[in-house]
Write a protein that binds this ligand. Structure first.
Ligand SMILES: Nc1nc2c(ncn2[C@@H]2O[C@H](COP(=O)(O)OP(=O)(O)OP(=O)(O)O)[C@@H](O)[C@H]2O)c(=O)[nH]1
Ligand SMILES: [Mg+2]
Length: 345
């Protein structure tokens, strides 16, 4: 892990705050004051405004134009144990916390970041465009978030400028309420209750364009409301210590895995029932052999797939929910996973 903890507050709040996501942060301490760190990410369907919102959050939090859309969009390649994905990592400070915020350029980068990324996401921002409502990747990101243990969401209903004053949308408030209900319903399908979710509407693009000079309700003030909601609604992250104490020694667990595509250095061919890779856990010096158990409906797994599996290790091992691991064939990394539940044999 690289030592970005050396960044000073001035450096943080100054220029381009984009660093690779692998350069994970712990706590910043300046002038004797330590603020809690919180890791979040922008999820949501392609083109709904994740990158625009990411840039707007940095600028609104600092009340300065610190970062441009292009800065955030130029994501860097992260290589975590042989798993490569692109991500931008920006930071912004609120009254309560310093946020590390990840934004990925493509749907697959999001999947890999959620499953294999170095930083555990403490709470997620879900961007939904008011002009589209919920879309397939909105659902897929919520499903993944649930599986990797994200417990809280804040939804930003974006592109409100397209709704405001639109002659085809007569009843703006009713329209927004309808999309709110649609998002809430989708979240509840994955067991996120109303208490787990806050919904704010606005326009990330308007906020970004206003910069520090002007502030409107649908622009800068909506992004400020989002920052306030993050401070209020996201609970402080649970320390790893608590999780480790829940470790169990066992052979079988369920996991969400991403199988590397061929052009990412993964397998060339699919695998089937009975597949036996090695499992490397960061807590272990050695690798363990074991078997991948596929869901009944899945006959074959293609390179590039992500899916829920069960793992049956040959030797019992102390593992905990949320623990990440790598799947290998010899020295070759073929996949990455996160343990989603523990089941004793
Ligand atoms: N009118 C309007 N357009 C917006 C708003 N926010 C973003 N956009 C536009 O929507 C398009 C997509 O925005 P991005 O921020 O790149 O969306 P994204 O979710 O990061 O897209 P991907 O990373 O490709 O999935 C761009 O043309 C933005 O300028 C908004 O509030 N209003
Ligand atoms: Mg983007």
């Amino acid at each position: 892990m690289s030592a970005n903890t050396n960044l000073t507050r001035r450096e943080l709040l100054k220029g381009i705050l984009v660093i690779p996501a692998s350069a994970a942060l712990t706590n910043y301490s300046f002038a004797g004051v330590t603020k809690a760190n919180f890791t979040t990410c922008a999820l949501g369907h392609n083109d709904h405004g994740k990158t625009t919102l990411t840039a707007a959050l940095v600028n609104v939090a600092a009340n300065k134009n610190l970062v441009s859309y292009e800065n955030v969009n130029a994501a860097k390649v992260n290589n975590i144990n042989g798993i490569q994905f692109k991500a931008s990592s920006v930071h912004y400070e609120t009254a309560k916390r310093i946020y590390t915020h990840l934004d990925c350029p493509s749907h697959f980068d999001h999947i890999k970041n959620l499953i294999a990324g170095e930083k555990k996401i403490d709470g997620a921002l879900l961007v939904v465009s008011l002009s589209d409502g919920t879309m397939p990747q909105t659902r897929e990101h919520i499903l993944l978030a649930r599986k990797v243990g994200i417990t809280k969401f804040i939804v930003f209903l974006n592109k409100k400028d397209l709704i405001a004053g639109n002659e085809f949308i007569q009843m703006e408030d009713e329209f927004i309420q309808m999309i709110e209900e649609e998002v809430q319903e989708l979240l509840s399908e994955y067991d996120y209750s109303k208490d787990d979710v806050r919904i704010i509407s606005g326009s990330a693009l308007t906020a970004l364009q206003e910069g520090a000079t002007a502030a409107s309700d649908i622009g800068t003030r909506s992004v400020q409301s989002l920052l306030n909601a993050m401070d209020e609604h996201f609970p402080d992250p649970i320390k790893n210590v608590d999780k480790l104490s829940k470790a169990k020694t066992l052979r079988t667990f369920s996991a969400l895995v991403y199988i590397l595509a061929k052009d990412e250095g993964g397998r060339e061919a699919p695998f089937f029932k009975g597949y036996r890779p090695n499992f490397a856990l960061p807590t272990l010096e050695t690798e363990l052999s074991g078997e991948v158990m596929l869901p009944a409906v899945v006959e074959m797994v293609m390179p590039g797939d992500n899916l829920q599996i069960k793992v049956e290790l040959d030797t019992p091992m102390a593992v905990h929910s949320g623990q990440r691991f790598i799947m290998k064939e010899g020295t070759k990394t073929i996949g990455a996973g996160i343990i989603t539940s523990l089941e004793s044999v």
